[in-house]
Design a protein around this ligand. Sequence first.
Ligand SMILES: N[C@@H](CCC(=O)N[C@@H](CS)C(=O)NCC(=O)O)C(=O)O
Length: 506
Amino acid sequence: MARNIILYDNSLSPCARRVRISLIEKGLSWETQNIDLSRLEQRSPRYLAINPNGLVPTLAHGCRVLWESNTITEYLDRAFPDTIQLYPTLASERIEVKRWQNSELVMAKTFRPLMYQRLMGPIVHSSRTYNEAMRIARLSTDDPADLEWEDKVWRVAVLTPEEQIISEHQLYEFADSVESELKKSTSGWLVGNNFSQAEISVYPRLIMYPWIGLPLELARFPNTTKWMARLAERPSFTQSLSAEIQKSIKFLQSPIFALLCRLASKPVEKRWIFERFYVNIIGLAIRWARSSEHVEETTWKAPRTIPPIESVSTPRSPASLEMDGPVKLAVTRDSPDSSLIAAALRIRKIEYFEEKSTSAPRLEIAGKVIEDSGLALDAIDLVSAPGPRLFPEDVVEEAQVRIWLAFAASWHKEFNPLLKALILGLTQIREDPKLNTAAHVLETRLDQLESRLKGREWIATNAFTVADEALKIKIEMLPPMGIQVDSRLNITTWMQRCATVNFAFI
Ligand SMILES: N[C@@H](CCC(=O)N[C@@H](CS)C(=O)NCC(=O)O)C(=O)O
């Protein structure tokens, strides 16, 4: 049945693939709009207007537009209660699924640069001249940070050889954690006794390891190999892979591509004649195989403006995670994540002991030790506590809170180095080119927020939510970093409104 769903997708994207798998598992049909990442279409103003994080996937269900793959899949479970439910209802299992999703997202931060170094970079480098690559990127964006990124990608200089080794090590640590969980599992699944969203979230990127030079050897990963083979047999896993990618896999894992990667990362002037010839020939073949190379204009369509048909949604998972001792929060000085977790505990009226920490904030709650603020919010939401839930009962409102939390979380790449510089006492932040670019990116994020707040009192719903708190905490820290907020009127008024919220009465 057509459900008025559009997926803004890219066939190479593991994040989009997990949404595709969920849609197929649920028997939902959708329309695909391809966003060409190699042309930076995800950074175009038109795309940023529907997804301010500038990443795929985005899902439009009628006029409801959602980003962040894990939020989308959770929304699909709740919005389509008559389909297979992929998230467990049991709070203890649900939080384990979310733990996998979070550690997968942490792994993705290491995977992304290595993927651009070893997969996207060589493809773009060999199939386009430098000027062509920059001209194509400029068709989508004139943001200096994006153009700087494209320059690095074309030069296949995203990571140094030393950084690549560190990344490889971290990525294998994640694969080891999957292996050890599957070794312990009596059901053969990551969480509980059933196939769940955990599989759908972890598999798509893990299966791409060999494409970026990280083979998953049978001897080291026997359980993972078996698990992957079992998953590959599910129709949703096969059907979620485009024919184009299925054809390309052999090429991406071949010595031909491995040689291209080696040569592409060597400066052009240091290549032998036959090496240059090799890169050009493979580049021509890639160009010929990729039909989109010949298209100048973007082809994707905007979301529909009609609301989807209302239906009864699955109720929110009950807050039934049992507390089994005191709640402890180890806070890090000047850390927005620490402040957010503390605020969430106060909203839910949970008493906790605070300790000081020099590493990442750490929450101990309901027998779990959590070092990720996203996961911490979910755990705080799922424990039985006297205060109101962090995520609203309404399915659309819940998704809105989650996407705006993801918007706030996505500032980390720029926010963290600026914060570090500030802690180290650097005052002339704008004089450092890298920090200046980071500050510029955050200013763009503020502009996005300013336009979201136009005519609205709160960021996600029509009441104060934890998403407002997450953004407020970060914005308060910007002026000392040399990023002024005052000129943005909607943000200033909203900040004043946030300051009046008294957690004791929420
Ligand atoms: N946390 C986001 C991550 C999305 C993401 O990183 N998407 C990648 C493809 S898997 C992308 O759009 N990459 C383009 C880029 O990095 O500029 C999600 O789960 O949706």
